[in-house]
Design a protein around this ligand. Structure first.
Ligand code: URA
Length: 304
């Protein structure tokens, strides 16, 4: 008696005319091999370009000696190469303002502006974007002729020439951004771009109800009126109060001067936010790299 195929040792579904069914282990092996092939193909071979069709060859995406677009996106932290290829295929990636769907595109990450879903990504691997929690007793500079501690002392591993975005007083703590992206640093610090900065200030209390209104309306200083964008009292304990002030002013000692002029001298000042970037739980003296998303938000905040 002939046995039915399912009992003959052949796998069910593997007979002629039926799709072969792989065991889970075989399937996993096949997937891994395909993924590896795909990576190698996408990385080095111009066959990929040929297979994906002639596309829209032009100087924008055929930069001689350029880097494959999906590789640039993946290196910038957008996702795996495969995910980046999907983004390209879905028309979500722009190079210098034009949507690029061609998988073979080679671009110049140093000079071209690349966006995903409209948000610019830090494409050049040479660019560094850091957040530092500056403690008190550190100068906002990269060197000091008088031997005082500077931001450079907090960054032992960074050899690039970095710009600090604006300044904090020697006695002020908190978020300081550092980058070698000169245009971004310039715009973030320039009052014209109106990037808001938020500070927590410990002041002499108790603070009256009208303090917020006074600061929001504007307070007379010796170099002109200064106003806050937001103000709130966080906590009042006896003769001390903790207040939060947000402003886009760049003048020296501005928060200390405003609060002193209002009759509430500052005893401790911490910057907690610069535009979209929050200090969060970064410990004093520590540094962290900004994420691709955060850098994109900074670009957006200053119209880059
Ligand atoms: N305002 C100040 O008074 N000091 C700072 O360091 C920053 C803003």
């Amino acid at each position: 008696m002939t046995r039915p195929p399912s009992e003959s040792g052949a796998r069910p579904g593997s007979g002629p005319g039926r799709p072969a069914r792989l065991s889970p282990a075989e399937l996993a092996r096949a997937r891994a091999a395909a993924a590896q092939l795909h990576e190698e193909f996408a990385d080095d071979s111009d066959e990929w370009e040929e297979l994906s069709g002639p596309g829209d060859r032009d100087s924008l995406t055929d930069v001689p000696g350029g880097v494959r677009l999906q590789k640039v996106l993946a290196a910038a932290g957008v996702g795996s190469r495969r995910h980046c290829e999907e983004l390209i295929g879905e028309g979500r990636v722009e190079v210098d303002g034009e949507i690029v769907r061609r998988f073979g595109a080679r671009v110049d990450p140093q000079h071209q502006v690349i966006r995903v879903d409209g948000r610019r990504i830090p494409a050049s691997e040479d660019l560094v974007y850091l957040a530092v929690n500056k403690p008190t007793g550190v100068l906002t500079s990269m060197s000091d002729s008088r031997g005082r501690k500077t931001m450079a002392d907090l960054l032992p591993d960074v050899s690039e020439r970095l710009f600090h975005v604006g300044r904090l007083d020697y006695d002020t703590e908190g978020l300081m951004l550092l980058t070698n992206d000169g245009e971004l640093a310039h715009r973030l610090a320039h009052p014209r771009f109106g990037v808001p900065k938020t500070y927590l200030a410990e002041v002499a209390g108790p603070v009256p109800r009208g303090l917020g209104r006074q600061l929001l309306t504007g307070i007379e200083l010796d170099d002109g009126i200064a106003g806050a964008d937001k103000f709130r009292v966080i906590e009042q304990v006896g003769a001390r109060a903790l207040v939060e002030v947000t402003l886009h002013e760049g003048r020296k000692h501005i928060v200390r001067r405003m609060l002193a002029a209002a009759g509430h001298p500052v005893t401790r000042l911490v910057r907690t936010q610069v535009g979209p970037i929050a200090l969060g739980s970064l410990p004093p003296g520590k540094t962290r790299k900004l994420s691709t998303k955060e850098v994109g938000e900074l670009y957006a905040a200053v119209g880059l």
